[in-house]
Design a protein around this ligand. Structure first.
Ligand code: HEM
Length: 321
């Protein structure tokens, strides 16, 4: 984690230095999280190769949610399959170069991981882990950071409250991450209202009853995170953005499945500490240098599924501080 912190910090500073005073936030943060992933996950420097991989990856993710499932030339499915082929070939040819090396990126770590018998993961297992990991990590962070910045810009009181914390701790390091309680509360509250994974699919292992309905073993059951996070019997004023819900005191008696942006149980998100770290590094760098604002009269228009994103790409004013 310490190693990844350094890469995230340098990458965020470099990315933000290129942002103007007005921009469409969603594509900008998407590009930034892709560039950060190329460093932390693949161990690649910024450049043409990383860009090609990012393009292939974006195409692959788009294909996973496209309606037309046949790879007809020119369709998202076709581009996605082409992207997946490119990625698989890239990983395949790089695996021998990473084995035996001491790279700290995720890819190198997978290449050098051994099972209880001392064997490496097969090439296909490494490739599958990498494709899954990049999908799990990238769009979720893009979506949650977009929501966090939107809610801050839309709520100047909470924006000033978060900025106070940044101003009191001008430098962020791996060792003082726990000092950024307000940034963490902002991020959590943004994910309460806009959970990046709005529905979590499961399958019933045995017959059970829920809310008067008999659910047979084997049935698909989806947990609706977005609905859970807005139930009035669980949350006061559920539609209001209020990061202080997540203060230690206010969280104390909350049932752990009231708030489930990272899922729960055996398959709960493995990357949540990485996500908090990236969110804090990003929000710290942004709020230290800029004040995000919305244009007067701005009306948000969120697409909620499959991952929350602003349909208008979230035009934002970034005032220099
Ligand atoms: C705000 C960011 C993120 C959110 C909201 C999120 C959310 C989730 C959710 C809902 C699941 C499914 C949990 C379940 O089925 O119960 C999951 C699984 C997973 N996530 Fe994340 N995730 C985020 C970031 C990341 C990052 C940054 C990484 C890697 C560095 C990551 C790696 C994984 C992995 C490996 C799994 C599969 C765990 C398993 O099946 O055992 N996630 N995530």
């Amino acid at each position: 984690m310490r190693h990844y912190f350094g890469g995230l910090h340098r990458g965020v500073e470099r990315g933000l230095s290129t942002w103007g005073s007005q921009l469409k936030f969603y594509p900008a943060i998407k590009q930034l999280t892709l560039d950060l992933a190329a460093d932390a996950f693949l161990g690649l420097p910024w450049g043409l190769e990383a860009q090609k991989i990012n393009r292939a990856f974006v195409d692959m993710v788009q294909a996973s949610v496209t309606v037309i499932r046949k790879p007809i030339v020119g369709t998202p499915m076709w581009r996605g399959m082409r992207g997946r082929k490119f990625l698989c070939e890239f990983f395949q040819q790089e695996i021998p170069n990473r084995r035996g090396g001491n790279g700290e990126d995720f890819f190198s770590q997978f290449c050098n991981a051994r099972d209880d018998n001392g064997n490496y993961l097969s090439d296909q297992e490494v490739i599958d882990h990498m494709n899954f990991l990049m999908m799990a990590a990238h769009d979720t962070l893009t979506s949650s950071l977009t929501s966090a910045v939107y809610f801050l810009a839309a709520n100047p009181h909470w924006l000033s409250w978060a900025m106070e914390e940044v101003d009191a701790n001008a430098e962020i390091s791996y060792d003082n991450l726990n000092d950024f309680l307000r940034l963490e509360m902002v991020f959590k509250e943004a994910m309460r209202l806009n959970p990046p994974v709005p529905v979590i699919p499961r399958r019933a292992l045995k017959d059970f009853e829920f809310g008067g309905y008999a659910i047979p073993a084997g049935a698909m059951v989806s947990i609706n995170t977005m609905l859970t996070h807005r139930l009035p019997e669980l949350w006061d004023e559920p539609e209001a953005f209020n990061p202080e819900r997540f203060s230690a005191e206010n969280s104390r008696d909350r049932h752990r499945y009231t708030y489930v942006p990272y899922g729960g149980g055996a398959h709960m998100c493995l990357g949540l500490h990485f996500a908090y770290m990236q969110a804090k590094v990003f929000l710290h760098a942004l709020l230290k240098a800029r004040r995000p604002e919305l244009k007067t009269g701005y009306e948000p228009d969120w697409a909620r599924f499959p991952i929350p994103r602003p349909r208008d790409q979230l035009p934002l004013i970034l005032q220099k501080r």
